[in-house]
Every structure is written in structure tokens, then in C-alpha cells.
Write a protein that binds this ligand. Structure first.
Ligand code: NI
Length: 243
């Protein structure tokens, strides 16, 4: 069940049986010479669509995230951490104002993690400082750290998975959008790895945009396995969260 394809009476009826919603969150940023700029939003969105097909209510994907370090590459769009905190706060309080109590964010971008957790702390701080009890339950889940997904990426790619423009995320986007597949000769085959600082430093260290990965290993068939594995793991997370 997708929020965008529902009416308000549909949602009123849904709220009589559940107060939980799944919110995909990602980023719009370069993913190396062969990875799509939408990768980090497309991956959680595709997995969330699988959940929507099983009756879980899914919000529109928050497609722009905390990605300042990618701004040395054209096409990247970033929210600064303070902006993303404000966005999460407003999304959560909108949902809470209309009756939702359990909000699970399905994340596709490592750079969002600290900021989303900080947004949750801002929200909790409001009730703490008021001496009130918040009725909300908030959780962040990264699709790429789900246990089955980690195991599959280790099995398929070992250390060539890397941390950015990874073969697992690129496989999943190609499963979702097979017409968008690209190939290129990448040199070195496995990209360098290291720290993440600002955009100029990132561009200097990671000249083609990849970190530690060999995305030439990606394929549609792997993408389907990542989709099915992630969906399987997420079903368990969702049933614990909504129990
Ligand atoms: Ni990514």
C-alpha cells in the first residue's frame, strides 16, 4: 500500500488497524562511472515496494540526503545535516499529528546515518525537556547492513564490495531498472579506500567517485538476489517493530 496512491479515507481506515509506516530515505549523488546518481534512493525504494505489495504502508521516498562530500561531482545534490534534521523532524511530526506512532526509516545511504540518529535525538529531547512521555517509536534500518544482505555481498564480492558505488547496490538498481545498466573499464579495478571529509578532499582521494569497490561485478541476477534477501530480512524487522 503506497501513501501516494491512497486517499485520505484509505489512510483513515489503515490507521484503524495499524499506526506504523515505512519511510524510504536515500540520497542523490554520484556513484562512480557506472552507478546511477539515484542509487541510494532507488535501492530502499525498490525494497519498500516489495513491502507495499504485502500491505505495509509506504511513504514517498526522501530522495535527497546528507551528501556534502559528493559535491565535487556533477549531478550530486546535498542537504546539510541541519537541513536534513529539520526535514526528518517535520516528516515525523506530520505523521504523528495525523495518528502514526511507529515510523521505520529504510535507509540507502551511509552518510545519512549520523544525521537521522541526531534527528531522532532532537525529537526525543523535546519530550524529555518537557517532562513528557513521547508516544512515538522511531527506528532506522540500513538495507545494506541487514544480516542476509551482508552475508550475500561477502559471498559474491568479498573485499571488492567496498563502501561506495558497491556492486551490491548497483546490482539492485539494475534489477529495478535493467535499461539503465552501464559498463566501463575501471582503473584500478578495486578503488582506493580511506576517510571521508569534504568534497574537494573526496574528489582528490577517489578520482572516479568509487570507494573500495569493484562495481564491474554487478549484474541484474545478483540484484534480484539482493532484493529477495533484503525483503526477507526486512519482514522480520517490520514484524518485531510493529509487534
Ligand atoms: Ni550508495
Amino acid at each position: 500500500m503506497k501513501l501516494q496512491l491512497s486517499t485520505w479515507p484509505d489512510i483513515q481506515n489503515y490507521l484503524e488497524r495499524s499506526d506504523a509506516i515505512l519511510v524510504p530515505i536515500g540520497s542523490t549523488e554520484q556513484h562512480g562511472p557506472t552507478g546511477l546518481i539515484g542509487t541510494d534512493a532507488l535501492c530502499p525504494q525498490r525494497i519498500a515496494e516489495g513491502m507495499a505489495d504485502e500491505g505495509v504502508l509506504v511513504a514517498p521516498t526522501l530522495s535527497i540526503g546528507m551528501a556534502q562530500h559528493h559535491l565535487g561531482f556533477p549531478g550530486s545534490i546535498a542537504l546539510r545535516p541541519s537541513t536534513l534534521i529539520a526535514v526528518i523532524d517535520d516528516v515525523v511530526s506530520s505523521l504523528a499529528a495525523t495518528g502514526f506512532r511507529r515510523i521505520l526509516f529504510l535507509n540507502g545511504h551511509g552518510g545519512n546515518i549520523a544525521t537521522v540518529q541526531a534527528a531522532f535525538s532532537e525529537i526525543w529531547a523535546r519530550s524529555s525537556h518537557a517532562g513528557a512521555v513521547s508516544p512515538l517509536s522511531l527506528k532506522l534500518v540500513n538495507w545494506f547492513t541487514l544480516p542476509g544482505v551482508r552475508a550475500l555481498s561477502r559471498e559474491l564480492y568479498g573485499s571488492a564490495e567496498g563502501s561506495h558505488a558497491t556492486p551490491s547496490e548497483i546490482s539492485l538498481t539494475w534489477f529495478a531498472h535493467p535499461e539503465a545498466q552501464r559498463q566501463a573499464r575501471l582503473e584500478p579495478r578495486i578503488a582506493p579506500d580511506g576517510p571521508i571529509r569534504d568534497a574537494a578532499d573526496f574528489r582528490r582521494r577517489y578520482s572516479d567517485g568509487r570507494c573500495g569497490s569493484d562495481p564491474t561485478l554487478a549484474c541484474v541476477e545478483h540484484g534480484q538476489r539482493f532484493f529477495e534477501t533484503a525483503l526477507n530480512d526486512l519482514r522480520d524487522v517490520w514484524s518485531d517493530f510493529t509487534a
